[in-house]
Design a protein around this ligand. Structure first.
Ligand code: PSU
Ligand code: MN
Length: 306
C-alpha cells in the first residue's frame, strides 16, 4: 500500500497523543489561491496551539501522504482544481497511475483510518443534493461515514444540499449526528436549519464518551459532530439562502453534474457574495479546529486511562 505517514504523526500516534486529519479538496477545490493555503496553514497552527498534531492528507504521485509539509500544502493550493478530486471510486486509479489527488471527506477518512487517525476536522460534508430523487446525486461522504471509523467535526452541511434527506441517509447508515452545544443541525453559514438533532453535546468530554462507547461496542462507522459557525461570522438565513438558490439554478441551467457540482456551487456562492462567504467559511473551519482538538484530547485521555 503506498501510504507515507510523516514522522511527527507516527510519533504522536504511538504516544497516544491527539492527531487530527485535514482534507486537501477543501484546499484545491473549496477555496481560491492563496487564501486556501493561508487557511490550511492557520488551521494547522490552531490545532497545534490546542495540543493536537495536524495531518493534512492528499495523494502525491500515487502515494497517500498523511501529514503534508507546508511546501506540499502550497502545491495543492497553487495547482487547485487542476488536481483530480478523488473520491473512493477514484482512489485505485490515482494510486496505480501515480497521479496527484485531492482527498474529499470520504477519501480523507479512508487514509486517516489506514494511518490510525481517529479524528478529522473540516468545514462541511457532502450530502444528498437537491433533486437527488431524479439525479441520484448523493455524496460518497455519507457512505464513508457509514463504514469508516473516523469522527468528523464540521459545521453541518451547506444548504446547497437537501438537508432533511441528508439526515435521513445518515440515520439509515447508522451515523450518530451530534450537535456541539446545539440541538439543531447547523447549516454551515447559519447556526440553525430548523432540523432537530438526536443529541446535544454538552462539552468535549461528553463527545469523547460517546465516541468511546461506539468503539467499545464495535459499531463500525463514523461519528459526525456538528459545530455551529460562531455567531459573529454567521449569515442571515434568508440572505444566504437566496444566494444559494441562485447558484443552484445557475448550475441547473449550465448542466453542471456529478463531481463538478459541489466545487461549482462553492465558487459561485463566493463570487456572488463578493468573498464574504469565504470569510465565513474560513472562520468556521478555525472554530472547528479548536473544538476538534479539545474533543480529540478528551478522547485520548479516556482511552489512555483504560
Ligand atoms: N462542502 C464544503 N466545502 C468543501 C466540500 C464540501 O462546504 O470543500 C468538499 C469536501 O471535500 C467534500 C466534497 O468531501 O466537497 C464533496 O463533494 P461531492 O458532493 O462531489 O461528494
Ligand atoms: Mn455527487
Amino acid at each position: 500500500m503506498n501510504i507515507k505517514v510523516s514522522k511527527e504523526v507516527q510519533e504522536a500516534l504511538a504516544a497516544g497523543r491527539p492527531v487530527i486529519a485535514l482534507e486537501s479538496t477543501i484546499i484545491s477545490h473549496g477555496m481560491p489561491y492563496p487564501r486556501n493555503v493561508e487557511t490550511a496553514l492557520t488551521v494547522e497552527s490552531i490545532l497545534r496551539e490546542n495540543g493536537a498534531v495536524p495531518a493534512t492528507i492528499g495523494i502525491i504521485d500515487g502515494t497517500g501522504v498523511v501529514g503534508m509539509s507546508p511546501e506540499e500544502i502550497e502545491a495543492f493550493g497553487k495547482r487547485g482544481p487542476a488536481i483530480l478530486k478523488v473520491s473512493r471510486r477514484d482512489l485505485p486509479v490515482v494510486m496505480a497511475e501515480g497521479m496527484w489527488g485531492a482527498t474529499t471527506v470520504a477519501t480523507t477518512m479512508i487514509l486517516a483510518a489506514k494511518a490510525g487517525i481517529e479524528f478529522f476536522v473540516t468545514g462541511g460534508i457532502g450530502g444528498v443534493h437537491r433533486g437527488a430523487e431524479l439525479t441520484f446525486d448523493v455524496s460518497a461522504d455519507l457512505e464513508e461515514l457509514g463504514r469508516t471509523n473516523v469522527t468528523v467535526i464540521c459545521a453541518g452541511a451547506k444548504a446547497i444540499l437537501d438537508l432533511p434527506k441528508t439526515l435521513e441517509v445518515l440515520e439509515t447508515k447508522g451515523v450518530p449526528v451530534l450537535g456541539y452545544q446545539t440541538k439543531e443541525l447547523p447549516a454551515f453559514y447559519t447556526r440553525s436549519s430548523g432540523l432537530q438533532l438526536d443529541y446535544e453535546l454538552k462539552d468535549a468530554q461528553d463527545a469523547a464518551g460517546i465516541i468511546k462507547a461506539k468503539r467499545d461496542w464495535g459499531l463500525d462507522g463514523g461519528v459526525l459532530i456538528c459545530n455551529p459557525i460562531p455567531d459573529e461570522y454567521s449569515y442571515d438565513a434568508a440572505e444566504i439562502n437566496a444566494v444559494i438558490d441562485d447558484a443552484v439554478k445557475e448550475a441547473e441551467e449550465k448542466g453542471i453534474k456529478g463531481k463538478e457540482m459541489t466545487p461549482f456551487l462553492l465558487a459561485r456562492i463566493a463570487e456572488i457574495t463578493g468573498g464574504r462567504s469565504l470569510d465565513a467559511n474560513i472562520r468556521l473551519v478555525f472554530n472547528n479546529a479548536a473544538v476538534g482538538a479539545k474533543i480529540a484530547a478528551a478522547y485520548c485521555a479516556l482511552k489512555n486511562h483504560d
